[in-house]
Each structure stands twice: as structure tokens, then as C-alpha cells.
Write a protein that binds this ligand. Structure first.
Ligand SMILES: Cc1cc2nc3c(=O)[nH]c(=O)nc-3n(C[C@H](O)[C@H](O)[C@H](O)COP(=O)(O)O)c2cc1C
Length: 195
């Protein structure tokens, strides 16, 4: 295994958003499955494998965005409700080709703390973010407040202490989209203290 190859894949990962996605594009189920296969290589304490995914494509994806917008409406007081934002959520369905709802399945025995299960669900998400480019897919992890609502929980049919942890919004890059320079993170040296 070559460090530079691994670094290349990791350092070139980039979140790209709905405005960078081509309208009315689709992603074949087989490609989504390849992406999800990468997810399943993630680690988890006591091998609880708490990651679960609900995939929305085609018409179901439109239903998803309508639901997201309706949850925004029902969970926002009149004072803060923004009609433009409501329509913006619905319209995302034009550019986003598929949505993967990221869910945490709480181990029934609760053999590890809930935060460990949440951390373990972030690992497969990163695996997918890393794999997207190789499959010609762009996207990002989105965590709107609506993801954590009871309405979303029942829409996703999550029972008990299972949780939604956001959505992987996936699409195909607009044709001729210029390379968007990656915003560099602050240097790692600033984040380490050596003892
Ligand atoms: C846990 C988590 C939640 C995120 N939630 C959102 C979100 O709700 N909306 C959004 O636009 N981006 C969200 N992002 C993506 C970030 O905007 C993105 O990672 C950040 O801008 C850094 O860019 P990069 O991914 O290209 O390095 C989230 C990322 C993570 C890890």
C-alpha cells in the first residue's frame, strides 16, 4: 500500500453542493451500491455495525424533498418561516440525483455508549465521501435541523432509539464546471500537541 496513493484520495475529497450538480441527472443503482459497499468497511466498537441507509432515487427522491420542506414548515414558527427557503428545499430535488439518509441503529443491548454508535456512523460516511470521485459522483453530507425531527424519524421508519444523522446528497457535476479549488484546512501542526 502506497502512502501517496492513500493521501491523494483523501486530500482530493471535496464537498460539492446542489448548485454544482447538473439538473435532472440520475445515478445508476449499481453505482450507489458500489458507494454503499465502501461504507460497509467501517469500524465499530464491539462490531455493532450501527450504520443503516435509506436510499431515495427517482420519484422517491422528490417525495423526500417534499417531506423535508413540509417538516421545515411544520417545525418553524410563523415568525421565522421563510417561504423562499421552503421552495429552495423542494427545488433541490432538481439537482440532487439521489439522497442517502444516514441512520444510526442503536444496538438493542446498548453494549456501547450512544456516542460511540454515532461516531461509528460517521466512518462509513467518510468512506463514501472518499469514494464518490472515483464513481463520477459529487455531493456532501447535509444535516438540516429537520433530520433530527420526529417526523423524519417516522418517515424513515426508525424505531426506538435509532436516529437519523443527516443525508448524503449526491449528484452529477454540471458539464464544464470549472475545477473548484479546495479550501485548505488549517495546518495539522496547529492541532497537535506532542508530549
Ligand atoms: C457532520 C457534518 C455535517 C455537515 N452538515 C452540512 C450541512 O448541513 N450543510 C452543508 O452545506 N454542509 C454540511 N457539511 C459539509 C461541510 O460544509 C464541508 O465538509 C465543509 O465545508 C468542508 O469542505 P470539504 O468537505 O470540501 O473539506 C457537513 C459536514 C459534516 C462532516
Amino acid at each position: 500500500m502506497d502512502y501517496n496513493n492513500v493521501k491523494k484520495v483523501i486530500s482530493q475529497r471535496q464537498s460539492l453542493f446542489a448548485q454544482q450538480m447538473a439538473e435532472n441527472a440520475s445515478i445508476e443503482k449499481n453505482k450507489l451500491l458500489q458507494l454503499l459497499e465502501l461504507a460497509n468497511y467501517a469500524p465499530s466498537h464491539r462490531r455493532t455495525e450501527p450504520w443503516r441507509f435509506v436510499v431515495f432515487q427517482n420519484k422517491e427522491k422528490n417525495t423526500f424533498f417534499r417531506k423535508l420542506a413540509s417538516i421545515y414548515k411544520s417545525n418553524t414558527s410563523n415568525e421565522y418561516f421563510d417561504e423562499k427557503k421552503f421552495h429552495k428545499i423542494e427545488k433541490k430535488s432538481k439537482n440532487v440525483a439521489a439522497v442517502i439518509a444516514i441512520c444510526m441503529n442503536r444496538c438493542p443491548k446498548e453494549s456501547v455508549p450512544v456516542f460511540e454508535e454515532q461516531w461509528a456512523v460517521a466512518c462509513p460516511v467518510q468512506n463514501m465521501l472518499l469514494g464518490m470521485k472515483s464513481l463520477g459522483i459529487i455531493g456532501y453530507w447535509s444535516t438540516p435541523k429537520m433530520a433530527f425531527s420526529n417526523e423524519m424519524k417516522s418517515f424513515l421508519e426508525l424505531e426506538g432509539n435509532n436516529q437519523c444523522m443527516g443525508f448524503l446528497q449526491l449528484g452529477i457535476s454540471k458539464e464544464g464546471l470549472p475545477e473548484i479549488p479546495r479550501k485548505e484546512n488549517n495546518p495539522i501542526e496547529e492541532k497537535i500537541s506532542w508530549r
